[in-house]
Design a protein around this ligand. Structure first.
Ligand code: URA
Length: 241
């Protein structure tokens, strides 16, 4: 699997165990193709999902996979676990061993989980500097008061990590329910934020990551591939929120 910045000459040289001078000869002879076009440049950039052939023999041809799952409660956001069912156990597809999880949900949290084999895509959706919004519906044990919203917007100091959380939005839906929008994913972040008000979280359901909404037709435990539109919008740098 190649990083986004791999160069064709380095890739062929390391894959075939030949010098870069030999790679140049192969390029001059038109024997190397990238994505079905004859390549001529040593520096031709190749990505994880570029199709690379030498003499029509495929050296790399991974397909990008993008999957959404409606996670039920009582399932671990991990690819394997000795004790509990994992989100991967819920998928019924041959290629599931190639997938990794894009931002975990706690054991009892429910809703949207994305899985992929595209590391660059998952890094962009999860890394705090990209500030991709994640929406959660939260059910609380005690009534929510209007002062919560300001505390969430100001951010909270988490001494364990020695960080101030990014500004978060809290919209009160009813006495015991709210929508929270985070742009990062610290450990148990929402539970810890409501914990500052001694208000335990009873239910936490993720509805959206960036532009991707949880498909309301997916029952808990069900999954589907993302549509072309969902993939395109999540890849567009200005439309992830
Ligand atoms: N915050 C939490 O506390 N738990 C989750 O599962 C997600 C966000």
């Amino acid at each position: 699997m190649q990083s986004r910045r791999a160069r064709l000459d380095r890739f062929i040289s390391s894959r075939m165990g030949i010098s870069r001078r030999d790679v140049r000869q192969l390029l001059i002879q038109g024997r190397i193709a990238v994505d079905n076009c004859i390549a001529c440049e040593m520096h031709h950039p190749i990505g994880q999902f570029s199709r690379v052939t030498l003499n029509d023999e495929v050296l790399q041809a991974d397909t990008a996979l993008y999957v959404m799952l409606n996670k039920p409660a009582g399932v671990v956001s991990a690819t394997r676990d000795a004790q509990h069912q994992t989100v991967l156990d819920l998928l019924n597809r041959k290629d599931k061993g190639n997938l990794h999880i894009v931002g975990r949900l706690d054991f009892n949290s429910t809703g949207l989980v994305l899985l992929t084999n595209d590391g660059a895509w998952s890094r962009r959706l999860t890394s705090p500097e990209h500030k991709v919004a994640k929406n959660y519906l939260v059910t609380l044990k005690k009534p929510i008061t209007p002062d919560y919203a300001q505390a969430f917007a100001e951010g909270m100091y988490f001494p364990y990590e020695d960080i101030q959380t990014q500004p978060a939005q809290l919209h009160i839906n009813s006495q015991f329910t709210a929508e929270v929008i985070l742009t990062e994913g610290r450990y148990h972040q929402i539970k810890r934020m409501f914990g500052r008000f001694q208000n335990p979280v009873l239910g936490l359901h993720r509805t959206k990551i960036g532009c991707i909404h949880l498909d309301p037709t997916l029952a808990p435990g069900e999954s589907r591939d993302l549509t072309e539109t969902e993939i395109a919008c999540s890849q567009a740098s200005n439309s992830v929120n």
